[in-house]
Ligand binder design. Structure first.
Ligand code: ADP
Ligand code: ASP
Ligand code: MG
Length: 457
């Protein structure tokens, strides 16, 4: 049964980078509101580059680069107030100016405290980095209201309830549903468009948390599930999910339809256009997710559903992840003793490091990690019971498509397309929805190009 709740529209950083981009978004939201009975729920990211800058300023505050921090905050403040000035006449901007002024006061205080302590606690860190979303959502709400769209700014920290894993928080579904029922649903019923900052939430005690980089997509899906949304729209700067990363391959094509399973694999293996957790709440409620271009609002984009129309191509798309490290762990007892794999994975778990690709042989297991922050400690712990070698400078290439399940020749064609490249690992998941290949980072662009032209040329 399809759901009938409001559409959720999420706008990413480049879609709201400045006054012109925000004005385009106002037009898109207005059109959506006019064409459907229910107002949409709008989720918005920080202006592009702002989260990076806030992270950099946190690091600078810890090193007591006080003048640099003050200049950085002044620059951010100029950028936000300039956008506001261009979007609203002064007389309409009083309230929002005061609110954003207060956000900047908080930001300066948090950075000052970070400097004094020479360290940002995880909660201070999240309170700093979410400022971009809080301010930008206020600006978008004010711009919509000024353009005749009845709006309600919603503090995301009162709507998304999470655990306390700072910088990578997970939502608590039941409590979030209750909070969204209190903070967002009544606004929609009043005919107003709720505008919510993405990326941020809070624990049940009200401590600010963030959902991980790129997490505004996740916010959209969490809120979409909580309002029984009939569609979650991810508005971005490309025409949809492309057949390959446009930063790596020339002229990839838009993929019109994907299954939830295909989209999760692509997001997990590097298709940055979608945060990897976004699909989970959508699957739970069977809500279609669409990826659309805010600069070309008329396009069809990509539609992601449980059962898409039959694919015309053997693969849905290819994705890639750079800067990957491979760890090869060999049992010192010749054969893999009982419990060896458990011990290996316990080490990675203890150090909160996810492994992406895994292959095993009789005496060894090879894994890849893309976060090498704890690698030194991990290797030391593994050496207590195994021989360990580490190879950096690698990349993962992942070919994805539900059709891989029914036609074994496709996997052979994927591997054949990479003939001549020194391949370090090959793996196919039990779901057989992907073939994953690890090769040298220096071979990635050419390998991706060859693979892409084999299937999409
Ligand atoms: P937003 O700010 O809207 O969240 P992101 O920068 O997070 O946007 O994601 C969009 C970017 O993802 C694109 O500009 C593109 O460079 C990158 N990308 C990587 N792989 C893909 C892919 N397969 N399809 C589309 N975009 C991709
Ligand atoms: N602004 C956050 C980031 O840059 C979240 C997002 O844009 O999705 O990671
Ligand atoms: Mg993003």
């Amino acid at each position: 049964m399809s759901l009938s709740g409001p559409i959720v529209m999420k706008f990413g950083g480049t879609s709201v980078a400045d006054a012109d981009a925000i004005a385009r978004v106002v037009g898109i939201v207005k059109a959506a509101r006019d064409s459907s009975g229910l107002p949409p729920v709008v989720i918005v990211s920080a202006m592009s580059g702002v989260t990076d800058r806030l992270l950099e300023l946190t690091g600078a505050a810890e090193r007591r680069l006080d003048a640099h921090v003050l200049n950085g905050v002044a620059e951010l403040s100029r950028r936000h107030f300039e956008a506001l000035e261009r979007l609203l006449p002064a007389e309409a901007a009083n309230d929002v100016l005061a609110d954003i002024g207060a956000d900047f006061d908080d930001l300066r205080a948090l950075l000052k405290a970070t400097g004094i302590l020479r360290s940002a606690s995880p909660s201070a860190h999240d309170a700093i980095v979410c400022t971009g979303e809080l301010m930008n959502s206020r600006i978008l709400a004010a711009a919509l209201a000024h353009n005749g769209v009845p709006t309600a700014w919603v503090d995301a920290r009162r709507a998304i309830v999470t655990d306390n894993v700072h910088s990578a928080a997970s939502p608590r579904a039941e409590e979030t549903r209750e909070a969204v029922g209190r903070e967002i649903v009544p606004r929609v019923a009043e005919g107003r468009v709720p505008v919510v900052g993405g990326f941020v939430g809070a624990t049940p005690h009200g401590v600010t948390t963030t959902l991980g980089r790129g997490g505004s997509d996740y916010s959209a899906a969490i809120i979409g599930a909580a309002v029984d949304s009939r569609e979650i729209q991810i508005w971005t700067d490309v025409d949809g999910m492309m057949s390959a990363d446009p930063r790596v391959v020339d002229s990839p094509k838009v993929v019109p339809y994907l299954s939830f399973g295909e989209a999760s694999e692509l997001a997990y293996f590097g298709a940055k256009v979608l945060h990897p957790s976004t699909i989970l709440p959508a699957v739970a409620k069977d809500i279609p997710v669409r990826i659309l271009n805010s600069r070309r609002a008329g396009g069809a984009g990509t539609t992601i559903t449980a059962v898409p129309p039959p694919a015309t191509r053997p693969l849905a798309a290819v994705a890639c992840k750079r800067n990957v490290t491979m760890v090869e762990i060999t049992s010192t007892r010749m054969l893999m003793a009982h419990g060896f794999l458990r011990r290996v994975f316990e080490v990675f778990e203890r150090h909160r490091t996810a492994v992406d690709v895994v292959t095993t042989s009789e005496v060894s297991v090879s894994v890849t990690v893309d976060d090498d922050a704890r690698l030194g400690d991990i290797v030391e712990a593994l050496r207590e019971f195994a021989e360990v070698s580490v190879e950096g400078g690698l990349a993962i290439l992942c070919a994805v498509g539900d059709n891989l399940r029914c036609d074994p020749r496709i996997a052979a064609r994927v591997i054949g397309a990479l003939e001549g490249f020194p391949v370090r690992m090959v793996s196919q998941a039990a779901s057989r929805r992907n073939v994953t290949i690890v090769l040298r980072d220096e071979d990635l662009a050419q390998g991706m190009g060859q693979l892409h032209s084999e299937f999409f040329g």
